[in-house]
Write a protein that binds this ligand. Structure first.
Ligand SMILES: C[S@@+](CC[C@H](N)C(=O)[O-])C[C@H]1O[C@@H](n2cnc3c(N)ncnc32)[C@H](O)[C@@H]1O
Length: 243
């Protein structure tokens, strides 16, 4: 996979990213692969804060991780649940069409894990290959007894099998709308809408006009968030009550 990935690049926070050869675009901003996972998807979304006050009897949380890439957002999700004492059952669904990435992530020799914590390495290496389209891992939290199930669906996200009305958080992290337009369309956001709970929260790094228009057309309303450091804004969306 390393050959296919081209070269690894060290981002400003020391974590490694790479360039996808087919898209000719980096998986993360130069500011930091880890920083992006933590500052946008974990903190600005409200996910971590929500997890700390999740009632023990709350229904299962569904989290959609589009796309898996190098695994930063997925592992941040697992870590947040783990550190908060596993207060809820959580179903994490990662979507990724580049099968080699999933295989590399599950491998102990994966080069972009340099600097990762032992937990991140262990969690990523827990993924078991069920067949060419599905990888799985699951853990029960020792404190709460709650379960986290992680599945990676390998294939085009547009054909993904998403349970209806189940998602509470969505990490919308495709490549840019210019390079990866199929995952920023009204049809895509309508699919996400059908899979979402009424109180869903979607976050993404892109504030491009086409993203806002597609969300609006598919029945989402959005607001812009003040981003950290170099990037000016991120976007957070919820279902529009009007549709
Ligand atoms: C910006 S990267 C994601 C980075 C990732 N979230 C992380 O934390 O490392 C976008 C990912 O989406 C995947 N992708 C692009 N188009 C896709 C599609 N139609 N279906 C499934 N995955 C897709 C790419 O292969 C790439 O791994």
């Amino acid at each position: 996979m390393q050959e296919a990935l081209g070269y690894l690049v060290q981002t400003d926070d020391g974590s490694l990213t790479a360039c996808h050869p087919d898209y000719d675009e980096a998986f993360h901003s130069k500011q930091g692969a880890l920083t992006e996972a933590e500052s946008l998807y974990r903190d600005a979304s409200g996910f971590a804060e929500h997890m700390t006050r999740a009632a023990e009897d709350e229904a299962r949380w569904g989290v959609l991780d589009l796309g898996l890439g190098l695994g930063y957002n997925a592992l941040m999700t697992i870590e947040t649940w783990w550190r908060c004492g596993g207060p809820v059952d959580l179903e994490l669904i990662s979507l990724e069409h580049t099968a080699l990435l999933v295989k590399a992530l599950a491998d102990t020799a994966c080069e972009w894990k340099q600097g990762w914590s032992p937990e991140w390495r262990q969690w990523s290496q827990s993924l078991d290959c069920v067949d060419s389209t599905l990888w799985r891992a699951s853990w029960r939290h020792p404190q709460s007894g709650r379960e986290l199930k992680w599945q990676v669906q390998v294939g085009d996200a547009r054909q993904a099998n998403l349970p209806e009305a189940s998602l509470l958080y969505i990490w919308q992290d495709a490549f840019s709308p210019k390079k990866n337009p199929e995952l920023w369309t009204p049809e895509w956001f309508a699919k996400l809408r059908r899979a979402s709970r009424p109180d869903v929260c979607l976050v993404t790094y892109s504030v491009a006009r086409v993203v806002k228009d597609s969300l609006h057309e598919a029945g989402w309303e959005y607001r812009l968030l003040k981003a950290s450091q170099h990037k000016k804004q991120w976007l957070r969306a919820q279902l529009s009550a009007k549709v």
